[in-house]
Design a protein around this ligand. Sequence first.
Ligand code: A3P
Length: 381
Amino acid sequence: MTLNEKYECYVKEIEEAHIWQGILYPGFLFKPEVLNDIQSFKVRKDDIFIATFPKSGTTWTAEIVSLIKSEVNIPFVKSLDISERVIHLETPPNRSLKLLEDLGSPRIFGTHLPFHLLPDSIKKGDCKVIYVMRNPKDVAVSFYHHHRMAKDLGNFSGSFKDFLALFSAGKTVCGSWFDHVIGYWEQTEKNILFLKYEDMKKNFRENIEKIADFLGADLSDEQIFKVLNHCSFESMQKNEKANRDWIPIFDKSKGNFMRKGIVGDWKNYFDQQDNQAFMSLYHAKMGQYTNLKFEFEIPLQPRLLPNQPNKKTNFSAKNSTPLSITNSSPQENEYSSSSTDNAFNSINYESSIKFINNNVFAYHERSLLSTSPTSPLFIVR
Ligand code: A3P
């Protein structure tokens, strides 16, 4: 099948598919009449926009921002669904942008619009924008699974290869990943905080602090720990107000919105040929943006969790040999017997132990290459 034939099959399955400003949108959710009105949407100075290409960490960032803006009020954020706390601009309640005028400040919005299609006042810098980016190979995999699940996207039944061909050519809904990322990146002089999914995975705390600083929030250590815990992948996956499980357009037999939440899953989907072709496209499109680099895999990172605040331990990173490892399941023993995680080619887990206030608490995620869900493996005391 040629690319055009693949595209025709793809579009045919999408409910109310339409092209708006040169970009394909699924009309069941992204109504043309709403999109047409967005240009004149009036933003307020204290509005916050979380802008992303789909599957780049929108929901994760939305939960973090919403929690920070509520002064880290966990009961509050657990009382309202994420879609009510962070409204998606293109899909407002009752498909009416008018209703958004009645929302109290500060309003938090999500959007997948490319920069050039945002309302003028946002483009002028009248409010804060957080742009979250993720490496395009993991975006492609996540988007593929999203398409398989989403009824309005026709429960995509083609192969990953077919999907990748469409994605690479910018022919999937919401347009080209390259154009989207470059469109925002070129606005470096604007009031935009640029974040990367991979950085958030590598150093969650630092990125929470970056977001808080950008929003003018001064978080205590305890509040940061609460955000770390509440917004971890594992917590969000279990949290029905954040995991989007209830959304009726998702066919749950095909998977979950909170799928794996890792960096490097593309390795399970791209064969060598896919990878070579994609990377040469990537270098051709992104090569000139020398100050914008993406990581396609990251070293195994410990997740730092807050410990009981008063507990003191006396370990240093150098003398970690005698550490005892508590395992909570037999599955974990296979890892605890060796200090080397084979799946990561000789990354020594002991070297990745870190300290918070003298408390040593780290846990590993399961191998990136594994298809099993991530789970805590060790608690090191
Ligand atoms: P995967 O499909 O790779 O698991 P978006 O919200 O932009 O649609 O992005 C969804 C992707 O972000 C999914 O990726 C989802 O699992 C991941 N995600 C959501 N919450 C996360 C979190 N707390 N930590 C890491 N990844 C998260």
